[in-house]
Write a protein that binds this ligand. Structure first.
Ligand SMILES: O=C(O)Cc1cc(O)ccc1O
Ligand SMILES: [Fe+2]
Length: 457
């Protein structure tokens, strides 16, 4: 059976392929054929274009979708400012950029009734959302589904990396499920609502009561990319296959709210140039009956990543693990790369196999989805994160260095963890709440203490 025809555990159907010109209709006949904007759209729907790139960008970068919806998005009352909660946006000016190595434990559990939007907490970032450069790193911890409200970011696309608990993303273009080990991308401007998946199978945390008050929170990471949309990296000499395969990216099929929700007042929260703005519509904007285009949400299962590496000697640079890249104006210099450290074999001969000691002009934020990471013996925990800013010295902690320097070099499978990195060309400035957080680990530098002098002249 083709992947397209196969339904997921949640009964969801997907369209497959990265960057495709997809099309989908929830009601037969809703999608016009041969034109985008007929004089009267079928079934009394309104046609609307959603542009994620300038009209004139080259085809390879051009992103837009045509939506056929029950009400046009233009029919809405004025937006007014609401509290930004713990969301922050570039430019990040609360504190100076810090050259120190920083590491955090997971976010504390949120108050009961915290949904995905309320649970977003910005760690730091760079660039300027209004200039459409740079990125923000957010974490989230949520124990309730969003009800009667939807969210969108005009500032950037949202790459959501669940670490605990599954998410059901009800987007304008349809439904996506993302569980730990999968990532989801919501394009700039697309409205969506996040429900917590209440299964006991993913992490054993769900209790199925619905109100979320007695369940462990869903947690994860979000990269809000203000820059050019993520794309698949070029493969160069790797060849035509390898790393993330385009066919493994899954987009939703068209789906709109059930009748009881379609005409309910719905709060639409829009993140715009760093602030949250709210308007209560007299209907839900998740009312798209058909669509076609390239500006689409998607999910990707990180376990499908085809991990390549050295089969002779030395530890390759982690660019070989790039899942998605947001290019900047300089070739090869990413605004942000999304990199995954997935299970793999290490076979390098006469090689120090874990990540090497290094100082990098790029800035590295790392998170852990499960298990452990091969550069850190302890302290880097699922739901936590580390920041190794531009040129800061880091690498294996002392325990890892000692162990790997003495290890017998037989083929070894690393299969006890799933880590990732947001790597960016600009230094990352922490927010005040991140720099002052209770869950910031004091004394992170100590992991590199005790590395002895062995050289004697
Ligand atoms: O710092 C890190 O752990 C990330 C990283 C991993 C690796 O394998 C090589 C370089 C690098 O920055
Ligand atoms: Fe690094």
């Amino acid at each position: 059976m083709s992947e397209q025809a196969r339904k997921t555990a949640e009964g969801l159907e997907y369209l497959t392929g990265f960057g495709n010109e997809h099309s989908s209709e929830a009601v037969p006949g809703a999608l016009p054929l041969g034109r985008n904007s007929p004089q009267r759209a079928a079934l009394g729907l309104y046609a609307e274009q959603l542009s994620g790139s300038a009209f004139t960008e080259p085809r390879t970068h051009n992103r837009r979708s045509w939506l056929y919806r029950i009400r046009p998005s233009a029919a809405h009352p004025p937006f007014t400012r609401i509290d930004n909660g713990a969301l922050r946006t570039g430019p990040f000016t609360e504190l100076p950029a810090d050259p120190n190595r920083l590491r955090w434990n997971p976010l504390p559990d949120p108050a009961p009734g915290t949904d995905f939007l309320a649970g977003l907490w910005t760690l730091g970032g760079n660039g300027d959302a209004a200039q459409r450069t740079g990125m923000a790193i957010h974490l989230y911890a949520a124990n309730a589904s969003m009800t009667d409200r939807v969210f969108s970011s005009s500032d950037g696309e949202l790459l959501i990396v669940p670490e605990r608990g599954g998410l059901l993303l009800r987007t304008e273009l349809g439904l996506l499920a993302a569980r730990p080990g999968e990532v989801a991308l919501i394009p700039r401007g697309v409205r969506f609502r996040v429900e917590l998946l209440d299964t006991d199978t993913d992490t054993g945390t769900g209790t199925g009561t619905g109100d979320g008050s007695d369940r462990a929170p869903a947690r994860g990471y979000v990269c809000e990319n203000y820059g050019q949309p993520f794309e698949l990296p070029n493969l160069g000499p790797i060849g035509a296959n390898g790393l993330a395969a385009a066919r493994d990216f899954r987009a939703p099929v068209a789906a709109y709210e059930t009748p009881d929700l379609l005409d309910r007042p719905t709060e639409v929260v829009n993140k715009f140039c760093g602030n949250l703005w709210s308007a209560t519509y007299d209907h839900s904007p998740l009312d798209v009956v058909a669509w076609h285009g390239t500006h689409v949400p998607y999910v990707y299962d990180l376990r499908r990543f085809n991990v390549l590496g050295s089969i002779s000697y030395d530890h390759p640079d982690p660019s070989i693990f790039t899942v998605l890249t947001s290019p900047s104006d300089t070739p090869g210099l990413a605004g942000v790369d999304f990199v995954v450290f997935a299970p793999r074999w290490l076979v390098g001969e006469d090689t120090f196999r874990p990540p090497y000691f290094h100082r990098n002009v790029m800035s590295e934020y790392m998170g852990l989805i499960e298990g452990a990471y091969d550069a850190k013996a302890e302290g880097f925990v699922p739901g936590g994160g580390s920041l190794h800013n531009m040129m800061s010295a880091h690498g294996p902690d002392r325990e890892t260095f000692d162990r790997a320097s003495a290890a017998e070099l037989k083929p070894q499978k690393i299969d006890d963890g799933l880590a990732f990195m947001f790597e960016t060309r600009w230094p990352i400035t922490a927010t005040a709440q991140a720099a002052g957080a209770e869950h910031l680990q004091r004394g992170y530098d100590d992991v590199w203490q005790g590395l002895q002098r062995h050289f004697r002249a």
